[in-house]
Design a protein around this ligand. Structure first.
Ligand code: C2E
Ligand code: MG
Ligand code: MG
Length: 586
């Protein structure tokens, strides 16, 4: 389609309102609910202007951005209302449309009023488009919309030119991490660092973080483990009309995001207080009686008829609510669902302490100390307390420190044994890898222990950077021996990358002439001059099948791993030897 044809197609679209909106849910993991929907515009099907990117580009060119914006917003609000969707409506708005001469201020508010949508339920998503004028423009747009009572999200964080400046100065209510950082996050430690930093900044600036563009279960699991609570992407649900209304139907089963690094499986059992809960129809008066009868009772979960949590009542907030003028008269005979809070943390029994801790700390500061709800297979099981969680995590950290290798701080032999035994009973294929440095002894003798330690630290960092810490594992047996537990699907590729990375990094430990020669000269134990090969790696790998199909015990595993390592060491230079346990039993 030529530009002229596109301009005429745009004309047609605007003249006939030939636009429609699809909605993509944004879900809250901690509450297993849909926070709201992002409205995304579609032009006529079978047209190049079906995609909003093309549509907006041509409207920008034609100077008709405001007109298109308004038409899109109208379509989104109308349909949102027709479908009776609940939760927040996220609307994309190009800040440059505010600058067009025919922009009509106040139109959005009027339109929302027509469709019965409260401004406080609307989140305006703003994106940077060009480096030069955008800061001022976004600043103007933000104040314009905030003054009308809308919430603001900074869209595509990290893709723009001055995202951090925008964030720190505009103080949006939500930040949406650009898809670039989410794509392949399970394979990229640097992306995880970025998202980790974004979470810290968000907690300091009281913004809520949304990760968008999640396409894979692995990406979802890593984000969940990192404590990102608000998620959006094809993996959860594609944009559609009508969109689903129940998070339960689109979220993966609750145990799929379990943090496999946790030592304790079913990690929350120790936190569980099997406290009785109340039904949504219970009257406020009965709830007050329950609190009066037991002075140690602080929190009650509110359940629906299927035993699913729908709210929470805290002693302090209930008393506060009832102290308001006439509140006691109005509410005591009413069901507690009128006064309960829907803002609570809910976790599933199979989640790990680390996951719960991250979810808890990502909540607003004043809510961190509140009890949280623990469910088993989605049904209420009891309550958990932040103090107990803190204590358990501290105990776990002390245990970890006790068994960590003093040089690399990686888990030592006791946690390694535990993790390997656990791997033997897991329902997935894994690679157990024994990593060893070749010729490390003569290197240590010749260059000294301090240099040797530097090599070990370099190797530890290099191996760690390829590990997906939410599912895989690295331990340091001692000396130059390391153990890795890798996911079988991309494990061999990762091992090749580790070898390459270490090969590049360990060049710095040698002089140029050693590198050139391919060896270094030293003395053997009797003091005779000798040439030693440069450092290389040997990795022995054992492939373990799902549910330990070969019925190995941990001693068998250790023997096989050491056998594989010896075979790898028998080959000169960088080498990898894999033993497949299935081939053994064949
Ligand atoms: P955006 O606001 O960043 O919207 C997210 C885009 O990512 C949408 O593309 C959505 O369909 C897509 N997406 C969602 N989940 C995934 C995923 O898992 N993987 C991948 N690869 N993509 C995913 P869409 O609908 O083509 O919209 C593109 C952009 O066009 C939007 O980016 C937004 O900036 C703009 N846009 C869409 N509708 C409107 C509108 O009504 N007004 C304005 N001003 N801009 C709009
Ligand atoms: Mg958006
Ligand atoms: Mg975006």
């Amino acid at each position: 389609m030529t530009v002229t044809e596109q301009l005429s197609a745009l004309d047609n679209i605007l003249a006939h309102g030939d636009l429609h909106s699809v909605f993509q849910p944004i879900v809250s993991l901690s509450q297993r609910s849909i926070l709201g929907y992002e409205a995304l515009t579609r032009g006529p099907s079978n047209s190049p202007l079906h995609s909003p990117i093309n549509l907006f580009a041509i409207a920008r060119l034609a100077g008709r951005l405001s007109e298109l914006e308004l038409a899109c917003r109208k379509s989104a609000c109308k349909r949102f209302n027709q479908l009776g969707l609940s939760g927040k409506l996220f609307l994309n708005i190009s800040p440059d449309s505010l600058m067009e001469p025919d922009h009509k201020p106040g139109c959005t508010l009027k339109m929302l009023q027509t469709h019965g949508i409260a401004p406080s339920n609307v989140v305006i998503e703003l994106t940077e488009h060009s480096p030069t004028h955008d800061f001022q423009l976004l600043d103007t747009a933000l104040h314009h919309y905030r003054a009308m009572g809308f919430n603001i999200a900074l869209d595509d964080l990290g893709a723009g030119y001055s995202s951090l400046r925008l964030w720190s100065e505009l103080r949006p209510d939500f930040v949406k991490i650009d898809r670039h950082f989410i794509d392949g996050i399970h394979l990229d430690p640097v992306k995880r660092e970025f998202v980790g930093s974004i979470l810290k900044m968000a907690s300091a600036s009281r913004a809520e973080v949304i990760a968008e563009g999640i396409e894979l279960g692995e990406e979802f699991d890593v984000l969940a483990n990192m404590g990102v609570d608000l998620l959006q992407g094809y993996y959860i649900c594609r944009p559609q009309d009508p969109p689903p209304r129940d998070a339960g139907t689109i979220l993966p089963r609750e145990d799929s995001a379990a943090d496999h690094t946790s030592e304790a499986s079913g990690g929350l059992q120790e936190l569980l207080h099997p406290q009785k809960a109340i039904r949504q129809h219970t009257t406020t008066c009965q709830v007050l009686d329950a609190f009066r009868a037991d002075s140690t009772l602080n929190t009650l979960a509110v359940l629906d008829d299927q035993d699913q949590p729908i709210g929470i009542v805290h002693r302090h907030s209930l008393s506060e609510a009832l102290l308001k003028p006439f509140a006691a008269e109005i509410f005591t005979r009413k069901p507690i669902s009128r006064l309960m809070s829907e803002d609570y943390l809910r976790v599933e029994m199979s989640q790990s302490l680390q996951q719960v801790s991250r979810l808890l700390t990502s909540r607003a500061r004043q809510r961190i100390e509140e009890d949280f709800i623990i469910t088993q297979n989605g049904r209420y099981a009891g309550l958990g307390r932040a103090m107990d969680l803190l204590k358990l995590i501290t105990d776990e950290k002390i245990q970890q420190a006790r068994y960590a290798n003093p040089l690399t701080q990686l888990p030592g032999n006791v946690p390694i044994q535990k993790r390997l035994s656990k791997a033997l009973s897991e329902p997935r294929e894994a690679l157990i890898c024994y990593v060893d440095i070749d010729h490390f002894k003569p290197f240590n003798d010749h260059f000294g222990y301090a240099r040797g330690d530097e090599v070990l630290l370099c190797l530890a960092r290099c191996l760690s950077s390829f590990i997906n810490h939410s599912e895989e594992f690295i331990g340091h047996i001692g000396g130059d021996d390391f153990i890795l537990l890798l996911d079988a699907s991309n494990g061999p590729h990762k091992l090749e990358q580790m070898l390459e990375d270490f090969r590049a990094k360990c060049r710095r430990f040698f002089r140029a002439e050693d590198l050139q020669a391919g060896f270094f000269s030293g003395e053997d134990r009797e003091g005779k001059p000798q040439q030693f090969p440069l450092l290389t790696l040997s990795i022995g790998v054992v492939r373990v099948h799902a549910n330990n199909g070969c019925r190995l015990d941990s001693d068998d595993l250790a023997n096989l791993a050491s056998q594989a390592k010896h075979q790898a060491k028998a080959e000169p230079g960088y080498s990898l030897h894999i033993i497949d346990t299935l081939a053994l039993s064949a």
